[in-house]
Design a protein around this ligand. Structure first.
Ligand code: TXA
Ligand code: MG
Length: 320
């Protein structure tokens, strides 16, 4: 087993990545488990460390539009328009891939997912590399995505060499994934850029983030990002009919409940700010998961802007 350390050294991260080792990197959405995306050796290590099925392809990260041309066909049409507005930032695009991209990275699919993160540490790191980084969220497959270096260490200690510290992630939920089909933009994963923002730029889009038996973006699998403690959409009154107050956790939108012990409760945004709620969502799920609880109760947030993506995460994390 490797020793995993947390630090601020970009040079150390570069050195390890060039040697096909894995490094967790900060991005503005969530932490990524990064390796050389053009190296089958490094990509295989990512799948193994995450215990991720090989049918679930990875996103390639780079710092510069020009660098994309080395591994994917140039952007055209509405994707080019979107890239001008949202790249660098929490938007991922599917592009026709070039043969330099290993099959393992894209799970054999003809398109490759590409993203340019805006996080300054990620930018600095990527600018020193002449290959893109494959980086899925740095969590074991099926568990909650990490938004701090400590979250990565909690789950993947010994499975990677280094965690590059870039503080707490600004957005807190993953990037929005889009693809262009004919002249239409299709949203494949609801994420940090709301559909409304995309539609302001390119007009009406199709949202196709529905689970199927063979999902085109397995982040769409129904049960995903789930805590180990059962999380349920139920009222506190209902929960109290089944459990004692100290056995119940509450992930609340904007207020605490006086029937449940305060230390079992997390309020996503006391000021009802969706952006703040997104930033806190995964951290609070993890914190509640660390308490010995029988159930975590939650309800949907207002279904607009970032609330749509937050509700999508809640839907996938809850059991019926
Ligand atoms: O915010 C993010 O996107 C983070 C940070 C680290 O960049 N990354 C991330 O990666 O969330 P991951 O692997 O956890 O989720 C990527 C999703 C997966 O659901 C995968 O199936 C989908 O993107 N995906 C990747 N390549 C694809 C492709 N070629 N076609 C369809 N879906 C793809
Ligand atoms: Mg993920």
């Amino acid at each position: 087993m490797r020793q995993t350390s947390i630090g601020y050294s970009i040079d150390r991260a570069v050195e390890l990545l060039k040697a096909d080792e894995l490094v967790a990197i900060p991005t503005e959405t969530v932490y990524g488990l990064a390796g050389n995306g053009l190296s089958t050796t490094a990509v295989a290590k990512i799948f193994e460390a995450k215990n991720r099925p090989h049918f679930d392809p990875l996103i390639l990260h780079t710092d510069d539009m020009d660098k994309i041309n080395a591994f994917a066909v140039p952007l055209t049409g509405k994707l080019a328009v979107l890239s001008e507005c949202f790249m660098p930032g929490p938007l991922t695009m599917l592009l026709e891939r070039k043969s330099i991209v290993p099959d393992l990275t894209t799970s054999g699919l003809p398109k490759v997912a590409v993203r340019i993160p805006s996080h300054p540490t990620a930018q600095r790191l990527l600018s020193k590399l002449d290959f893109p980084l494959a980086a899925p969220s740095a969590n074991p497959f099926g568990y909650i995505s990490p938004t701090t270096p400590q979250h990565v260490l909690d789950n993947l200690d010994g499975k990677l060499s280094y965690i590059l510290d870039g503080g707490r992630c600004d957005y807190g939920i993953e990037s929005t994934i889009v693809e262009q089909k004919d002249d239409t933009i299709v949203v494949l994963r609801k994420g940090s850029i709301p559909v409304e923002s995309i539609e302001k730029v390119v007009g009406k889009v199709t949202v196709n983030a529905v689970s199927t038996s063979k999902p085109s973006a397995p982040g769409m699998l129904h049960q995903h990002y789930a805590p180990r403690t059962p999380m349920r959409r139920m009222s506190i009154e209902e929960a109290l009919q089944m459990y004692a107050p100290e056995q119940i956790g509450v992930l609340a939108w904007n207020t605490c409940n006086e029937c449940i012990p305060t230390h079992n409760q997390r309020v996503l945004s006391p000021t009802s700010d969706l952006r703040e709620a997104a930033q806190n969502l995964f951290r609070y799920m993890r914190e509640l998961d660390q308490i010995d609880l029988m159930v975590i109760t939650v309800d949907y947030l207002p279904e607009k802007n970032l609330g749509v993506a937050i509700n999508d995460k809640i839907r996938r994390a809850t059991i019926i």
